[in-house]
Design a protein around this ligand. Structure first.
Ligand code: ADP
Ligand code: MG
Length: 337
Protein backbone atom coordinates (compact mmCIF):
# COMPACT_ATOMS: atom_id res chain seq x y z
CA UNK A 1 0.00 0.00 0.00
CA UNK A 2 1.34 3.43 -0.80
CA UNK A 3 2.36 5.69 2.01
CA UNK A 4 -0.23 8.29 1.00
CA UNK A 5 -3.00 5.70 1.24
CA UNK A 6 -1.74 4.62 4.65
CA UNK A 7 -1.55 8.23 5.87
CA UNK A 8 -5.05 9.02 4.66
CA UNK A 9 -6.24 12.50 3.70
CA UNK A 10 -6.02 13.94 7.20
CA UNK A 11 -2.71 12.29 8.06
CA UNK A 12 -1.29 13.68 4.84
CA UNK A 13 -2.59 17.20 5.52
CA UNK A 14 -1.12 17.06 9.02
CA UNK A 15 2.21 15.85 7.75
CA UNK A 16 2.42 18.52 5.04
CA UNK A 17 1.28 21.39 7.21
CA UNK A 18 3.91 20.53 9.82
CA UNK A 19 6.55 21.45 7.22
CA UNK A 20 5.30 25.04 7.05
CA UNK A 21 7.31 27.13 9.47
CA UNK A 22 6.19 30.67 8.73
CA UNK A 23 3.24 31.81 10.85
CA UNK A 24 2.08 35.41 10.72
CA UNK A 25 1.83 36.85 14.23
CA UNK A 26 -1.73 38.10 13.69
CA UNK A 27 -3.29 34.91 12.28
CA UNK A 28 -6.17 33.77 14.49
CA UNK A 29 -6.74 30.33 12.91
CA UNK A 30 -4.53 28.69 10.30
CA UNK A 31 -4.67 25.15 8.94
CA UNK A 32 -6.90 22.71 10.81
CA UNK A 33 -10.38 24.17 11.05
CA UNK A 34 -13.14 24.71 8.48
CA UNK A 35 -11.81 28.16 7.61
CA UNK A 36 -8.76 30.26 8.33
CA UNK A 37 -9.42 33.43 10.36
CA UNK A 38 -7.39 36.63 10.37
CA UNK A 39 -8.04 40.28 11.24
CA UNK A 40 -8.44 42.96 8.60
CA UNK A 41 -7.07 46.46 8.97
CA UNK A 42 -9.26 49.43 8.20
CA UNK A 43 -7.91 51.94 5.68
CA UNK A 44 -6.38 49.31 3.40
CA UNK A 45 -7.93 47.26 0.64
CA UNK A 46 -7.36 43.57 0.04
CA UNK A 47 -6.25 41.94 -3.20
CA UNK A 48 -6.82 38.30 -4.08
CA UNK A 49 -5.52 36.21 -6.98
CA UNK A 50 -5.32 32.56 -8.02
CA UNK A 51 -3.35 30.50 -10.53
CA UNK A 52 -3.26 26.81 -11.35
CA UNK A 53 -0.30 24.75 -12.52
CA UNK A 54 -1.12 21.51 -14.36
CA UNK A 55 1.36 18.72 -15.08
CA UNK A 56 2.36 18.61 -18.76
CA UNK A 57 0.78 22.03 -19.39
CA UNK A 58 2.89 24.17 -17.02
CA UNK A 59 5.59 21.75 -15.92
CA UNK A 60 7.02 18.32 -16.57
CA UNK A 61 7.71 16.23 -13.50
CA UNK A 62 10.88 14.95 -15.20
CA UNK A 63 12.29 18.47 -15.74
CA UNK A 64 11.83 20.04 -12.34
CA UNK A 65 12.27 19.18 -8.68
CA UNK A 66 9.39 19.15 -6.21
CA UNK A 67 11.05 22.00 -4.27
CA UNK A 68 11.37 24.17 -7.39
CA UNK A 69 7.77 23.39 -8.37
CA UNK A 70 6.53 24.46 -4.94
CA UNK A 71 8.53 27.67 -5.09
CA UNK A 72 7.33 28.47 -8.59
CA UNK A 73 3.66 27.73 -7.85
CA UNK A 74 3.74 30.34 -5.10
CA UNK A 75 6.02 32.78 -6.93
CA UNK A 76 3.79 33.13 -9.99
CA UNK A 77 0.91 34.12 -7.71
CA UNK A 78 3.09 36.54 -5.76
CA UNK A 79 4.05 38.07 -9.11
CA UNK A 80 0.37 38.94 -9.74
CA UNK A 81 0.18 40.52 -6.29
CA UNK A 82 3.33 42.54 -7.07
CA UNK A 83 1.84 43.65 -10.40
CA UNK A 84 -0.88 45.57 -8.52
CA UNK A 85 1.58 47.25 -6.15
CA UNK A 86 0.28 45.09 -3.28
CA UNK A 87 1.90 43.17 -0.41
CA UNK A 88 1.12 39.43 -0.13
CA UNK A 89 0.04 38.06 3.26
CA UNK A 90 -1.70 34.68 3.08
CA UNK A 91 -1.96 31.77 0.67
CA UNK A 92 -4.22 28.74 0.13
CA UNK A 93 -3.06 25.68 -1.80
CA UNK A 94 -5.08 22.89 -3.43
CA UNK A 95 -3.22 19.82 -4.63
CA UNK A 96 -4.63 17.19 -7.00
CA UNK A 97 -2.64 14.07 -6.20
CA UNK A 98 -2.27 11.50 -8.99
CA UNK A 99 -1.11 7.90 -8.50
CA UNK A 100 2.55 8.46 -9.31
CA UNK A 101 2.95 11.14 -6.61
CA UNK A 102 4.62 9.96 -3.39
CA UNK A 103 4.45 11.32 0.14
CA UNK A 104 8.11 12.33 -0.04
CA UNK A 105 7.46 14.24 -3.29
CA UNK A 106 4.76 16.21 -1.43
CA UNK A 107 7.09 16.76 1.54
CA UNK A 108 9.60 18.33 -0.80
CA UNK A 109 6.88 20.35 -2.59
CA UNK A 110 5.86 21.79 0.78
CA UNK A 111 9.54 22.48 1.52
CA UNK A 112 9.46 24.66 -1.62
CA UNK A 113 6.27 26.42 -0.46
CA UNK A 114 7.86 26.99 2.93
CA UNK A 115 10.99 28.61 1.50
CA UNK A 116 8.94 31.20 -0.47
CA UNK A 117 6.58 31.73 2.48
CA UNK A 118 9.58 32.52 4.67
CA UNK A 119 11.26 34.72 2.09
CA UNK A 120 8.18 36.88 1.46
CA UNK A 121 6.50 36.55 4.89
CA UNK A 122 3.40 34.84 3.52
CA UNK A 123 1.52 32.33 5.65
CA UNK A 124 0.01 29.26 4.00
CA UNK A 125 -3.25 29.10 5.97
CA UNK A 126 -5.18 26.32 4.29
CA UNK A 127 -6.14 24.48 1.16
CA UNK A 128 -7.64 21.29 -0.12
CA UNK A 129 -6.31 17.84 -0.90
CA UNK A 130 -7.97 15.76 -3.60
CA UNK A 131 -7.06 12.79 -5.77
CA UNK A 132 -6.64 13.34 -9.50
CA UNK A 133 -6.98 10.42 -11.97
CA UNK A 134 -4.21 11.40 -14.39
CA UNK A 135 -2.26 14.60 -13.95
CA UNK A 136 -0.86 16.16 -10.82
CA UNK A 137 -2.01 19.76 -10.35
CA UNK A 138 -1.58 22.61 -7.90
CA UNK A 139 -3.81 25.60 -7.41
CA UNK A 140 -2.63 28.53 -5.31
CA UNK A 141 -4.57 31.57 -4.13
CA UNK A 142 -2.94 34.53 -2.43
CA UNK A 143 -4.49 37.38 -0.45
CA UNK A 144 -2.64 40.60 0.25
CA UNK A 145 -3.12 44.20 1.20
CA UNK A 146 -2.89 47.30 -0.89
CA UNK A 147 -2.94 51.04 -0.25
CA UNK A 148 -6.26 52.20 -1.80
CA UNK A 149 -4.44 55.26 -3.22
CA UNK A 150 -1.71 53.14 -4.87
CA UNK A 151 -3.55 50.52 -6.93
CA UNK A 152 -1.65 49.95 -10.21
CA UNK A 153 -4.07 48.71 -12.87
CA UNK A 154 -3.62 47.99 -16.57
CA UNK A 155 -5.92 50.77 -17.71
CA UNK A 156 -4.27 54.12 -16.93
CA UNK A 157 -1.47 54.47 -19.52
CA UNK A 158 -1.53 57.75 -21.47
CA UNK A 159 0.14 58.97 -24.63
CA UNK A 160 3.65 60.24 -23.90
CA UNK A 161 4.12 57.96 -20.88
CA UNK A 162 7.40 56.09 -20.84
CA UNK A 163 7.46 52.29 -20.62
CA UNK A 164 9.80 50.63 -18.12
CA UNK A 165 10.63 47.05 -17.23
CA UNK A 166 12.41 45.59 -14.20
CA UNK A 167 15.29 43.10 -14.58
CA UNK A 168 16.10 41.37 -17.86
CA UNK A 169 13.94 39.66 -20.49
CA UNK A 170 14.13 36.29 -22.22
CA UNK A 171 16.18 34.42 -19.60
CA UNK A 172 13.33 32.14 -18.56
CA UNK A 173 12.21 31.11 -22.03
CA UNK A 174 15.77 30.53 -23.21
CA UNK A 175 16.35 28.56 -19.99
CA UNK A 176 13.32 26.42 -20.81
CA UNK A 177 14.64 25.75 -24.31
CA UNK A 178 17.99 24.65 -22.87
CA UNK A 179 16.23 22.49 -20.29
CA UNK A 180 14.16 20.60 -22.85
CA UNK A 181 16.89 20.21 -25.43
CA UNK A 182 17.16 16.62 -26.64
CA UNK A 183 20.94 16.65 -26.70
CA UNK A 184 22.08 17.86 -23.29
CA UNK A 185 25.40 19.62 -23.67
CA UNK A 186 27.88 20.12 -20.91
CA UNK A 187 26.32 22.55 -18.52
CA UNK A 188 27.92 25.93 -17.86
CA UNK A 189 27.40 28.74 -15.36
CA UNK A 190 25.37 30.64 -17.99
CA UNK A 191 23.07 27.70 -18.69
CA UNK A 192 22.55 27.13 -15.00
CA UNK A 193 21.64 30.79 -14.53
CA UNK A 194 19.12 30.71 -17.39
CA UNK A 195 17.55 27.43 -16.28
CA UNK A 196 17.29 28.74 -12.72
CA UNK A 197 15.50 31.83 -14.02
CA UNK A 198 12.95 29.46 -15.58
CA UNK A 199 12.54 27.06 -12.66
CA UNK A 200 12.94 29.57 -9.89
CA UNK A 201 11.56 32.98 -10.89
CA UNK A 202 11.71 35.84 -8.38
CA UNK A 203 8.42 37.66 -7.87
CA UNK A 204 9.15 41.40 -7.93
CA UNK A 205 7.58 42.09 -4.54
CA UNK A 206 10.43 44.35 -3.42
CA UNK A 207 10.28 46.39 -6.63
CA UNK A 208 6.48 46.72 -6.42
CA UNK A 209 6.80 47.93 -2.86
CA UNK A 210 9.35 50.59 -3.89
CA UNK A 211 6.86 51.86 -6.49
CA UNK A 212 3.90 51.74 -4.10
CA UNK A 213 5.73 53.62 -1.34
CA UNK A 214 7.04 56.28 -3.72
CA UNK A 215 5.07 59.26 -4.98
CA UNK A 216 5.76 58.33 -8.61
CA UNK A 217 2.65 58.51 -10.80
CA UNK A 218 2.61 54.90 -12.07
CA UNK A 219 -0.16 55.02 -14.69
CA UNK A 220 -0.31 51.28 -15.52
CA UNK A 221 1.42 48.06 -14.47
CA UNK A 222 1.36 44.34 -15.28
CA UNK A 223 3.70 41.42 -14.66
CA UNK A 224 5.18 39.72 -17.72
CA UNK A 225 3.94 36.16 -17.73
CA UNK A 226 2.90 35.61 -21.36
CA UNK A 227 5.72 37.57 -23.03
CA UNK A 228 6.59 41.28 -23.23
CA UNK A 229 4.55 42.04 -26.36
CA UNK A 230 1.41 40.17 -25.31
CA UNK A 231 1.44 41.73 -21.86
CA UNK A 232 2.13 45.19 -23.28
CA UNK A 233 -0.95 44.64 -25.46
CA UNK A 234 -2.97 44.03 -22.29
CA UNK A 235 -1.95 47.50 -21.07
CA UNK A 236 -2.58 49.07 -24.51
CA UNK A 237 -6.04 47.53 -24.90
CA UNK A 238 -7.11 48.32 -21.35
CA UNK A 239 -5.82 51.91 -21.69
CA UNK A 240 -6.89 52.40 -25.32
CA UNK A 241 -3.41 53.46 -26.43
CA UNK A 242 -0.58 52.05 -28.54
CA UNK A 243 3.11 51.62 -27.85
CA UNK A 244 6.53 51.86 -29.47
CA UNK A 245 9.37 49.83 -28.07
CA UNK A 246 13.00 50.01 -29.11
CA UNK A 247 14.84 46.88 -30.10
CA UNK A 248 18.22 48.02 -28.81
CA UNK A 249 16.85 48.94 -25.38
CA UNK A 250 15.45 45.52 -24.45
CA UNK A 251 17.44 44.48 -21.35
CA UNK A 252 19.42 41.25 -21.68
CA UNK A 253 21.45 39.47 -19.04
CA UNK A 254 25.09 38.74 -19.83
CA UNK A 255 24.35 35.00 -19.66
CA UNK A 256 21.48 35.43 -22.15
CA UNK A 257 23.57 37.32 -24.73
CA UNK A 258 26.49 34.91 -24.42
CA UNK A 259 24.21 31.85 -24.81
CA UNK A 260 22.52 33.41 -27.87
CA UNK A 261 25.89 34.24 -29.46
CA UNK A 262 27.41 30.86 -28.75
CA UNK A 263 24.45 28.92 -30.17
CA UNK A 264 23.59 31.36 -32.98
CA UNK A 265 20.15 31.89 -31.49
CA UNK A 266 18.10 34.93 -32.54
CA UNK A 267 17.46 36.69 -29.20
CA UNK A 268 14.37 38.64 -30.27
CA UNK A 269 11.70 35.91 -30.16
CA UNK A 270 12.80 35.23 -26.57
CA UNK A 271 12.97 38.89 -25.56
CA UNK A 272 9.64 39.80 -27.16
CA UNK A 273 7.47 36.71 -26.80
CA UNK A 274 9.33 34.32 -24.53
CA UNK A 275 7.17 34.65 -21.46
CA UNK A 276 7.49 33.65 -17.83
CA UNK A 277 9.87 36.53 -17.16
CA UNK A 278 7.80 37.61 -14.14
CA UNK A 279 9.28 41.09 -14.45
CA UNK A 280 7.16 44.20 -13.91
CA UNK A 281 6.16 46.25 -16.95
CA UNK A 282 4.91 49.74 -16.06
CA UNK A 283 4.30 53.22 -17.44
CA UNK A 284 4.75 56.70 -16.05
CA UNK A 285 4.88 60.30 -17.34
CA UNK A 286 8.42 61.54 -18.18
CA UNK A 287 8.53 63.93 -15.20
CA UNK A 288 8.58 60.93 -12.82
CA UNK A 289 11.71 59.36 -14.26
CA UNK A 290 14.24 61.16 -12.07
CA UNK A 291 12.53 60.04 -8.91
CA UNK A 292 12.10 56.52 -10.30
CA UNK A 293 15.82 56.21 -11.08
CA UNK A 294 16.78 57.56 -7.68
CA UNK A 295 14.54 55.06 -5.86
CA UNK A 296 15.82 52.08 -7.83
CA UNK A 297 19.49 52.95 -7.73
CA UNK A 298 19.20 53.23 -3.93
CA UNK A 299 17.77 49.69 -3.90
CA UNK A 300 20.32 48.49 -6.45
CA UNK A 301 17.64 47.08 -8.78
CA UNK A 302 17.83 47.22 -12.57
CA UNK A 303 15.08 49.09 -14.42
CA UNK A 304 15.15 49.99 -18.10
CA UNK A 305 13.14 52.34 -20.25
CA UNK A 306 12.18 50.28 -23.32
CA UNK A 307 9.82 52.60 -25.16
CA UNK A 308 6.85 54.90 -24.92
CA UNK A 309 3.10 54.97 -25.13
CA UNK A 310 2.05 56.25 -28.55
CA UNK A 311 -0.98 57.54 -30.32
CA UNK A 312 -2.05 54.69 -32.58
CA UNK A 313 -4.54 52.86 -30.37
CA UNK A 314 -3.99 49.23 -29.52
CA UNK A 315 -0.99 48.70 -31.78
CA UNK A 316 2.56 47.89 -30.72
CA UNK A 317 5.51 48.79 -32.93
CA UNK A 318 9.14 47.78 -32.66
CA UNK A 319 11.75 50.34 -33.67
CA UNK A 320 14.70 48.42 -35.07
CA UNK A 321 18.28 49.52 -34.63
CA UNK A 322 18.46 50.41 -38.36
CA UNK A 323 15.66 52.97 -37.88
CA UNK A 324 12.90 50.89 -39.48
CA UNK A 325 9.70 50.26 -37.63
CA UNK A 326 7.86 46.94 -37.52
CA UNK A 327 4.30 46.14 -36.39
CA UNK A 328 4.20 43.46 -33.70
CA UNK A 329 1.10 41.25 -33.58
CA UNK A 330 -0.27 40.38 -30.16
CA UNK A 331 -0.79 36.68 -30.80
CA UNK A 332 2.74 35.31 -30.52
CA UNK A 333 2.99 35.01 -26.74
CA UNK A 334 1.67 32.16 -24.65
CA UNK A 335 -1.99 31.20 -25.04
CA UNK A 336 -3.63 28.07 -23.63
CA UNK A 337 -6.21 27.52 -26.39
P1 ADP B 1 -13.07 20.45 4.85
O1 ADP B 1 -13.47 19.03 4.82
O2 ADP B 1 -13.79 21.29 5.86
O3 ADP B 1 -12.97 21.07 3.50
P2 ADP B 1 -10.38 19.61 4.85
O4 ADP B 1 -10.39 18.31 5.51
O5 ADP B 1 -10.37 19.69 3.37
O6 ADP B 1 -11.59 20.46 5.43
O7 ADP B 1 -9.15 20.43 5.41
C1 ADP B 1 -8.81 20.44 6.75
C2 ADP B 1 -7.88 21.60 7.02
O8 ADP B 1 -6.67 21.39 6.33
C3 ADP B 1 -8.42 22.93 6.55
O9 ADP B 1 -7.94 23.92 7.44
C4 ADP B 1 -7.78 23.11 5.20
O10 ADP B 1 -7.67 24.47 4.86
C5 ADP B 1 -6.44 22.44 5.41
N1 ADP B 1 -5.89 21.82 4.18
C6 ADP B 1 -6.44 20.83 3.43
N2 ADP B 1 -5.62 20.48 2.42
C7 ADP B 1 -4.54 21.27 2.53
C8 ADP B 1 -3.36 21.43 1.76
N3 ADP B 1 -3.11 20.68 0.66
N4 ADP B 1 -2.44 22.34 2.15
C9 ADP B 1 -2.68 23.11 3.23
N5 ADP B 1 -3.76 23.02 3.99
C10 ADP B 1 -4.71 22.12 3.65
MG1 MG C 1 -11.45 19.63 1.79
Amino acid sequence: MSKIKALGEFGLIHRLSSRLKFHAPDTILGIGDDCAVYPVTSGTNEVITTDALVEDVHFKLSATTPEALGRKALSVNLSDIAAMGATPQRAMVTIGVSKKISASFLDRLYGGFDSICNQFKVELVGGDTVSSPKCFFINVSVIGKINPKRVFTRHGARRGDLIFVTGTLGDSSLGMKLLHRKKRRASSKDYEFLIARHLNPTPRIQEASILARSKIDITAMIDISDGLVQDLYHICKASNVGARIQEDRLPQSAAFSRACNRNQIDPFPFLLNGGEDYELLFTLPPDGVRNLKRQFSKANVLITQIGEIALKPKKVFLEKSDGRSKFLPDSEGFNHF
